[in-house]
Design a binder for this molecule. Structure first.
Ligand code: AMP
Ligand code: TRP
Length: 331
């Protein structure tokens, strides 16, 4: 039987932190075994927000090295802008998606708020508004069955399914597959510096633990993680809960269980607990960091390989686009 298809995307912005790793990338690596999976670094999406072109290019390649170091295979990884067919399909699909539907997207509302807060010189681009249509094109162009993403992408996936149906009914053929989201077991990892907020790259370095940070820095960040006052309370504080979640995500089940028992008995020493969490993260990141140092020995070779994989993946996209053009009366 032919393998089911997977597509996912990640923005070339900020650090590859443990939230992104446990919430997405670790799962992507595993899925490569059982699915026909491809992953793209979405640089067209990155330009929907104010950005610096030189920095963008650097970020794209940095993220490519990082994803490869985590275990994504060369042949499964590509750069979105090396497959311009995504934008053409995006245009066609945009004409099948209403203004009203796009106005309801919460990511658009959140990001426009962020821009408004910044300065008078920046504006909300129409690209930010149509961002979800391009995302739908990313997914539909490869006829992906599943899309591994975090819960925050639910609304975009729902829109993708609606667009697929709209397309099918307007051309009178069940052409696109309505894709489904695939979630990881790890729910949201919170910032260790402010456990009320999601760990994210955009909040600044203090708020995320970068997989590629020097291990001393990681230890320091965990040592200064917010916990609780030490007084016994009915429920676990968000900070302590987050540290337990990280320990579990690192697959340290034995440690997790015994430390949790100590917590319940009221005997848990937070210094020891934090050391255990820091050790677990460091054990996880060390081999990944070692992989990266090998990968960046020859960046020219890496770039060539990614250009090749992007070209091979482009063939698939281009076939879909030809069919779409024929179905929609274009060209
Ligand atoms: P982003 O960081 O928003 O570009 O998201 C990239 C992927 O990582 C998405 O699938 C997110 O759902 C996931 N992700 C990002 N931050 C976290 C977090 N703190 N906890 C869990 N998953 C996350
Ligand atoms: N919007 C996604 C995010 O913010 C990134 C993305 C772009 C994506 N295109 C995609 C995710 C296609 C899955 C499939 O994380």
């Amino acid at each position: 039987m032919e393998k089911k298809r997977i597509l996912s995307g990640i923005q070339p912005t900020g650090n590859l932190h443990i939230g992104r790793y446990f919430g997405a990338v670790e799962n992507w690596v595993k899925l490569q075994e059982t699915y026909n999976s491809i992953y793209c670094v979405v640089d067209y999406h990155a330009i929907t927000m104010p950005y610096n072109p030189v920095k963008l290019k650097e970020n794209v390649w940095e993220l490519i090295y990082n994803l490869l170091a985590c275990g994504i295979k060369y042949e499964n990884l590509f750069i979105q802008s090396k497959v311009p067919e995504h934008t053409e399909l995006g245009w066609i699909l945009g004409c099948m998606c209403s203004y009203g539907e796009l106005s309801r997207m919460t990511q658009f509302k959140d990001k426009s708020e962020q821009i408004k807060d910044k300065s008078k010189d920046v504006f909300i681009s129409s690209g930010l508004f149509t961002y979800p249509v391009l995302q739908a094109a990313d997914i539909l162009i490869y006829k992906a069955d599943f899309v591994p993403v975090g819960k925050d992408q639910d609304q975009h996936l729902e829109l993708t399914r609606n667009i697929a149906q709209k397309f099918n009914s307007s051309v009178g053929k069940e052409y696109f597959i309505a894709p489904e989201a695939m979630y990881t077991e790890t729910p949201k990892i919170m910032s260790t510096a402010d456990p009320a907020k999601k760990m994210s790259a955009s909040m600044g370095d203090k708020h995320n633990i970068n997989i590629f940070a020097p291990v001393d820095q990681i230890r320091k960040q965990i040592r200064s993680a917010v916990t609780d006052t030490g007084e016994k309370t009915e429920t676990m504080s968000p900070g302590v809960e987050n540290l337990f979640m990280i320990l579990k995500a690192c697959n340290k089940n034995e440690n997790y269980n015994s430390l949790l028992n100590e917590y319940r008995d009221g005997t848990l020493q937070y210094g020891k607990f934090k050391d255990a969490v820091a050790d677990a993260i460091i054990e996880l990141v060390e081999p990944i960091q070692k992989n990266k140092s090998e990968i960046i020995q020859d960046t020219k070779e890496v770039k060539n390989k990614i250009k090749q994989s992007s070209a091979a993946i482009r063939e698939r996209a281009s076939q879909t686009l030809n069919e779409v053009r024929a179905l929609t009366g274009l060209g």
